[in-house]
Design a protein around this ligand. Structure first.
Ligand code: SF4
Length: 266
């Protein structure tokens, strides 16, 4: 079978340990206001125009976003990076979009990577059925798991879906003793008020440190906002400021009180 991929990032250093190759699978059931990969949301290939400039001249270029690959083709691409992976303790990361949305293709790809002895990481919103999560769990060495908001109504307002299924899957991974790096996007006006931050710290504080070992704070940024126009989508975060460096360091210390490794960025 084939899966739809919209980007392949080589020498990735923020998508799990070591140097990695990251495959971005197209399609996401969420629609987060701040998403910086809006081209990953639609589960179909898309044709968009971009303008290239050489000196004073402008060229309109039509670009196809999303290309179908077999799992075997992804493995062949990843094999070319094996030396970097092995020397750095890296591996392969499946990201998106939401990679769990292409569950069959994801399972096939992860199986091939595992059989080839590669470390596998899944970068996920956690939004999928328990049965899908159960299928990918044994094939995944590390989960980069988003925690966006603990209040389901607020979660729905800003992402389009409630958080019940996500929290259930997080609980499932913890019970199954899977290694998890939590990822908390710091979105001003959405999840960064002190009451919610205290709730998140308490929630994370109760997790088993042997398996939930790291928390990555991802500061909201505008990069990606220009893509919305090209994809004929509305950008709803205009006017939202980016958290300052000092604010991020303050949050790092705040969450670090849990005894967790906290990093800014991820
Ligand atoms: S879950 Fe991730 S990929 Fe999906 S819309 Fe939200 S930020 Fe974008």
């Amino acid at each position: 079978m084939k899966g739809l991929v919209f980007n392949i990032k080589r020498y990735a250093i923020h998508d799990g340990p070591g140097i990695r190759i990251t495959f971005f699978l197209k399609g996401c059931p969420l629609n987060c206001w701040w998403c910086h990969n809006p081209e990953g949301i639609s589960p179909k290939p898309q044709r968009v125009e971009r303008i290239d400039r050489i000196g004073e001249r402008e060229f309109r270029v039509t670009e196809e976003v999303g290309k179908y690959y077999t799992a075997g083709e992804l493995l062949t691409i990843a094999e070319k990076e094996r030396v970097f992976m092995e020397e750095s303790g890296g591996g392969v990361t499946l990201s998106g979009g939401e990679p769990l949305m292409q569950a069959d293709f994801l399972v096939e790809s992860l199986s091939l990577f595992k059989d080839a002895g590669m470390h596998t990481t899944l970068d996920t919103s956690g939004y999928a059925s328990n049965s899908v999560m159960n299928r990918v769990m044994p094939l995944t060495d590390l989960f980069l798991f988003d925690l966006k908001h603990l209040d389901s109504d607020r979660h729905t307002e800003f992402t389009g879906v409630g958080n019940e299924q996500i929290l259930e899957n997080l609980d499932l991974l913890i019970r199954e003793k899977k290694k998890i790096f939590l990822r908390f996007p710091v979105i001003p006006g959405f999840n960064d008020d002190s009451e919610h931050l205290l709730r998140v710290r308490d929630f994370v504080g109760g997790m088993n440190r042997d398996f939930v070992t790291e928390m990555d704070l991802l500061p909201y940024h505008h990069i990606g906002s220009s893509k919305y126009k090209r994809f004929n989508m509305e950008y709803r975060m205009s006017g939202t400021g980016q958290p300052s460096g000092s604010r991020m360091h303050e949050l790092k210390e705040f969450f670090g009180e849990n005894g967790l490794t906290v990093r800014i960025g991820g």
